[in-house]
Design a protein around this ligand. Sequence first.
Ligand SMILES: [Zn+2]
Length: 304
Amino acid sequence: MLYKTRTIPHELEVYQYLNTRIKLSEIERKHLFTLRKGFEGEVQFDNLTSSIHSECFILNDLLLQQNKSIFQIDTLIIAPDTIHLFEVKNFEGDCFYDSDRLYTKIPPQSEITNPLIQLTRSESLLRQLLQSLGCNLPIQALIVFINPEFTLYQTPINKPFLFHSQINRLFDKFNSTSRKLKTSHKELAERLLSLHLHDPPFFLPPSYKYEDLRKGNTCEKCGFFQINIRGTKCMCKECGRMELSETTIMRNVKELSMLYPEMKITTKTIFEWFQGEIPKRTIGRALKKHMDCKGVRQWSHYEY
Ligand SMILES: [Zn+2]
C-alpha cells in the first residue's frame, strides 16, 4: 500500500524553471540532466513497486534526521518481517567494478561515485533512528539499477545490487507472502511520515537576477512562450494546449514564489511577470480566490 507519494524535487523544479528563462552554463545543464534522469528513474521504480499487492507500507522519498545528520531515502518499504531500503540509480551504458570503485568502461574510464557509500550511510542512520523508535526489525538495503540499458562488469556477487532484470523476481517474493501487518507497523509508518523533513536540503542554485529572467507565461506542455488569451482560457500558440487563465496564473505564482521565496505576491508583480499579457482584473480575481489577502489597498499582497 502506498503510504507516501513522491513529489518532484525542489532543486529539479528550480533548475527546470530557470532553464526556460535564462541560458544555463554547460555544467548547470549537465546537472539538470542528472537531476531529471535521477527523478525519472525513481518514478519508474514507483511504477514497479505499485505492483506489490502483499501487505506493506510504501514510503517514497523520505528526508529524515538522526542526531545531527540528515539522510534521504528513495523508497522505504515496511513489510511484516523486514524494512526494505532502496536507493535508485538510473545509470546507463557499460561500467565496471574494481576494488570498491565504479568506472565507465569507455575510455578515459572516469570514476563514478560508488552508490554503496551513500547506501551504507543511510542504512546506518536509519537503523539508529528505528532503534530510537523502538523498532528492531531487520533492514535490507539495496541499490536498484533501474535502467535496463545498464551493465556493470565484474560485479562481486555479495554486493547489495538489484539489477533491472531482478526487480520483478524480488517483488514476486514479496507477493508470495501472506503475512499481515500489525498496528505497530502502521504506527511506525505514521511516525516516519511525521519525521519527514519538508524543507529541501541546501543546494546552490545557479545565480540569477530578476531582470535577466525572460518574463511571460510558458506553456506547461511544450515550454513555448507565446499564449493567446481567449476569455477565461489561455491557448498555446505552438501546440494549442488550452488552460484556464486561473490555472495559468497560479502556476506562475508558484514558479515566481519558488524562484523568489522572499518576493511579495501582488497583482502588479504578477502582471509584470506576464508582461501585461493577462489583464490585472483576471489576475486579481485568481489571487483573491486562491490566496489570502494581507494588508490594505496599495500595500496589499497575497499569501498562501
Ligand atoms: Zn504548448
